[in-house]
Design a protein. Structure first.
Length: 463
């Protein structure tokens, strides 16, 4: 126990040496230990989730050879987010958040364990995969807003950006390390081993939550429960505050543009790397490592004093880095630009989450965070669907020798195969930067730190 105390004290000092102390310093250290315990459990289960998403996708494609069935795995993951999130957020605000997260981890463990058993007995079918990933996605619809809404119950507001940065670091670690570990396990042990490991990681997440304590925020209307009304209350709270509505709209627009780029990056890198898949993997790993560096950076730094500058400033920078992808057919350029683009995501996301956690009352935070997640996820499918046609029928033909833009834009970034994708990245990146810059033109967004009052401190009223 003394080791845990020493660890908590060390992290507390590194997280924010200047933060104002609650009345009880021991309680402050205990809350930080609870956060770190939950964070560790979510880090482990997050790696497991990446293991399964990577391994199941590879197995489906290798087994069926069907791009459609491969894509359907990810559709099954995405659809519940859009359909369930508003109601999941309302239920998260109604229920005990710690118990909700334990139930989610337990459901995911049982679901993935059942898939592992099907693989081991040779009876795994496509409908089982769709059902399995759909159930884990449903569990995640509850877990993610519960997790985000619990952070302000465990830390004072001066630390929110830093602790959200730590969460972003963990997610970056899972994104980088999960596929690598999944590849090794798939090669030497098989799909069933990957799934058993994932099921075990969910158990670890549940155990960490069982040990930790999350205070309960006060309920607004404990006597009257109407799920539709409660979900609508979350939307109404956002709609009545132009600053939050502006942030929500900017997030959705950026997610849509980023979705197109996320599909187009693979063919762009493969063309530049002459089809070398090993170089594609290297580029993706090195670029995604920027998430780890960016998460650590914001955890140690804490971001600018006005959080909106962290959101908009780093988003503008991220868009410029996306645009740089297309300037020349250079693998080095793609690695450096990708790394810097991913590095800027944790500071922007951490500041964005901290704003929502500061401005939304705790009893509404679950549904508002679910709404934020839903609007971002809802924009993704449309971006995915548009990426291919835009590349194949608009940008690539325009940048081939003799194409509509070959003699003008082609004189700057080159012509031929892949240069249309390059131009596409330039346009997408500038669009992302313009979307973020538009936030500075909207007064309610630009002044949200000071113009929109903070919600009551949840720590003072939680039990």
């Amino acid at each position: 126990m003394s080791t845990a105390n020493d660890t908590a004290k060390t992290v507390e000092m590194s997280v924010d040496a200047s933060a104002s102390l609650p009345a009880d310093a021991a309680q402050k250290r205990a809350s930080l230990r609870d956060f770190l315990l939950i964070w560790f459990g979510q880090l482990v289960s997050g790696v497991g989730s990446r293991l399964t998403s990577f391994a199941l996708g590879v197995w489906v494609y290798d087994t069926t050879g069907s791009t459609t069935q491969f894509a359907m795995v990810f559709v099954a993951m995405a659809v519940p987010v859009v359909l369930i999130s508003p109601f999941a957020g309302a239920l998260v605000d109604r229920w005990d958040r710690r118990r909700t997260m334990i139930a989610c981890e337990s459901l995911s463990a049982v679901t993935i364990g059942a898939l592992a058993l099907s693989v081991a007995t040779g009876h795994l079918t496509m409908w089982q995969i769709y059902l399995g990933v759909g159930l884990t996605a449903v569990a995640n619809c509850f877990l993610q807003p519960a997790y985000a809404a619990s952070v302000p119950l465990l830390a004072d507001r001066e630390r929110l950006v830093r602790l959200n940065g730590l969460i972003q670091t963990g997610q970056g670690f899972a994104l980088v390390g999960g596929p690598v570990l999944a590849g090794v396990l798939m090669k030497y042990l098989g799909l069933d081993s990957v799934l058993w490991v994932d099921a075990a990681t969910f158990v670890v997440g549940a155990l960490c939550l069982a040990i930790a304590r999350i205070p309960r925020p006060p309920q607004a209307d404990p006597g009257e429960q109407n799920l539709v009304r409660e979900a609508r209350d979350g939307w109404r709270y956002i709609a009545e505050r132009p600053g939050l509505l502006g942030l929500l709209s900017l997030s959705a627009a950026s997610s849509f543009v980023f979705a197109i780029a996320s599909i187009a990056i693979t063919p762009l890198v493969l063309i530049v790397a002459n089809g070398d898949k090993a170089l594609l993997g290297m580029q993706m790993s090195l670029a995604c490592s920027g998430l780890l560096v960016g998460g650590l950076l914001i955890t140690l730094w804490g971001g600018p004093r006005l959080k909106v500058h962290g959101v908009l400033g780093f988003s503008i920078f991220s868009g410029l880095m996306v645009a740089i992808h297309g300037l020349a057919p250079s693998l080095t350029l793609l690695i450096v630009a990708g790394f810097l683009m991913f590095l800027s995501i944790p500071p922007a996301q951490s500041a964005n989450y901290a704003l929502w956690q500061s401005k939304v009352p705790s009893h509404l935070l679950g549904r508002c965070m679910a709404m934020l997640r839903m609007t971002g996820e809802a924009a993704l499918p449309l971006g995915y669907l548009l990426a291919g046609p835009l590349a194949e029928y608009v940008f690539e033909p325009a940048m081939m020798p003799g194409g509509a833009l070959a003699s003008s834009v082609g004189a700057v970034i080159g012509v031929g195969e892949g240069r249309g994708l390059g131009l596409m990245f330039v346009v997408l990146g500038l669009a992302m930067s313009a979307i973020a810059a538009a936030g500075y033109a909207i007064r309610s967004v630009r002044e949200i730190d000071s113009a929109l009052p903070d919600a009551p401190d949840p720590i003072a009223s939680a039990t």
